[in-house]
Design a binder for this molecule. Structure first.
Ligand SMILES: NC(=O)C1=CN([C@@H]2O[C@H](COP(=O)(O)OP(=O)(O)OC[C@H]3O[C@@H](n4cnc5c(N)ncnc54)[C@H](OP(=O)(O)O)[C@@H]3O)[C@@H](O)[C@H]2O)C=CC1
Ligand SMILES: O=C(O)[C@@H]1CCC=N1
Length: 270
């Protein structure tokens, strides 16, 4: 990405926790000058302090971008300090779950260019996926800038409507937690079948990583990759009979889980 405008005008990073830091790491790796970044965070981490960015310093008058990465619950306290940037040349990019574009516009003014996004934590290793949607005042160039910033940590998809973001949050935003829980549950099941705990965890972790990498590289669909593991009358078929059981298997369970997450996202937005 060409960071020249951000280098000249600066980027304010509001909240340098897990997500803010993952993004910052991606930008710095792509060549953004550290001193163009103004991080605002009440408790800067040692990692942040070592990056050479400005931390809780006086903010620039006309930053190119404000990236909002505080928890939705902190938004009410955090956002008003940036109100003076509203309605001007500054692009706001939000990664917060549940905070709507309308909520930003209520604080910053309707004429503010805003891109709402939903990334996920694999961004920390450059393998995230982020969905983005701009408000009426976000030009194509603004959305391109947001996409460039977010693609520093992985893939980016563009949404057609803001309403889709609650489903995105429930699938890919929260999704890494489901996969980590799958590792935990698979390891525990291996222990129950007699494996030592450490070995069960090693096997479960390597299996999720290996299957994920195969899903990334292989041209086949996920369904075909599943079929490739499944010998007729074999062990996988026995397990899949349980996991694909109507009413109790993975599909209805994940449907309930994803719906709960999407409902929570919608509730946070009220
Ligand atoms: N974690 C995830 O998987 C994902 C998170 N998100 C979204 O990203 C946002 C951040 O989440 P995450 O990084 O996990 O949370 P973190 O708690 O790790 O980061 C939030 C940071 O904001 C800081 N903070 C609190 N109050 C203020 C303030 N007034 N001004 C500036 N900074 C402040 C916090 O400091 P302190 O801890 O000291 O209070 C913390 O360092 C959330 O809105 C979440 O919805 C989106 C996608 C995925
Ligand atoms: O749990 C949350 O609310 C955030 C949003 C997606 C992942 N973490």
């Amino acid at each position: 990405m060409d960071f020249s405008e951000i280098s000249q005008r600066g980027l304010v990073l509001l909240g340098a926790g897990k997500m803010g830091s993952a993004l910052l790491q991606g930008w710095l790796a792509r060549g953004l000058a550290p001193d163009a970044v103004y991080a605002v965070d009440p408790h800067p981490s040692d990692w942040l302090k070592a990056q050479g960015v400005q931390i809780n310093a006086p903010l620039p008058a006309d930053p190119a971008v404000v990236l909002v990465a505080v928890k939705p619950q902190m938004m009410g306290a955090a956002l008003p300090q940036l109100q003076s940037y509203g309605g001007g040349r500054t692009l706001f990019v939000s990664v917060a779950a549940g905070t709507t574009i309308a909520a930003y516009e209520a604080v910053l003014g309707g004429a503010t260019p805003i891109v709402r996004s939903m990334p996920n934590t694999p961004a920390a290793v450059g393998r995230g996926i982020t969905a983005i949607i701009g408000n009426a005042h976000a030009t194509a160039a603004h959305v391109d800038t947001a996409e460039a910033l977010l693609s520093a940590v992985g893939q980016v998809v563009r949404l057609e409507t803001e309403a889709q973001i609650d489903a995105v949050t429930a699938v890919s935003g929260s999704g890494p937690a489901y996969v980590f829980h799958l590792i935990e549950a698979l390891a525990a099941a291996g222990e129950a079948e007699g494996l030592p705990p450490e070995m069960a965890m090693q096997l479960a972790r390597a299996t999720i990583i290996g299957a994920g990498e195969l899903a990334r590289q292989a041209p086949e669909s996920a369904a075909q990759l599943r079929i490739n593991v499944t010998s007729p009358g074999g062990t996988t078929a026995a397990a899949l009979e349980v996991l694909m059981e109507p009413g109790t298997g993975f599909p209805p369970l994940l449907k309930r889980a994803v719906k709960a997450a999407a409902d929570r996202g919608r509730a946070l937005g009220k």
